[in-house]
Design a protein around this ligand. Structure first.
Ligand code: ZN
Length: 145
């Protein structure tokens, strides 16, 4: 397996259609079934309740007062899925570390790992310039001129 992270293990158990449903739930930050159905019908994805049940069984989404939301893990799987979609052929893809889902700020971080789903940001949710490793690299570039 190319990527040893937890989100990859879960993503392998999510069908293609359910992956799109997960992305929509994540992008909307909470949506009702009817709102999602219209959007997903346009994308030729049906059986939305079954897809949501599939995602719920994996612990990736929850339904509270008729509103579907991603769990912490679900947000991470959606971001990891987008990370893989955005990567170019053969490009090395930065992985999240423990405690990071790319959505809520993670533990302290000094090593920038590009989040392709949020350009300019790291998996820890901080911009690249807030990473000491990047500040040093930028300084080195200036000195070499
Ligand atoms: Zn970081």
């Amino acid at each position: 397996m190319a990527y040893g992270n937890m989100f990859q293990l879960l993503l392998e158990r999510v069908s293609d259609d359910a992956g799109w449903v997960l992305q929509l739930v994540h992008d909307t930050r909470g949506a009702r079934l009817q709102e999602m159905k219209a959007e997903l019908t346009r994308a030729n994805i049906d059986q939305v309740p079954a897809r949501l049940a599939e995602l719920e069984a994996l612990g990736l989404v929850v339904c509270v007062d008729d509103v579907w939301k991603t769990t912490w893990t679900g947000a991470g799987v959606s971001n990891w899925r987008t990370q893989l979609h955005c990567a170019e052929e053969g490009q090395a893809v930065a992985e999240p570390r423990e405690g990071e889902n790319g959505h809520q700020p993670g533990p302290e971080c000094s090593q920038y790992r590009a989040a392709l789903f949020a350009p300019g940001y790291c998996w820890c949710c901080r911009p690249w310039k807030d990473h000491s490793s990047e500040a040093i690299r930028a300084a080195e570039r200036l000195l070499k001129r």
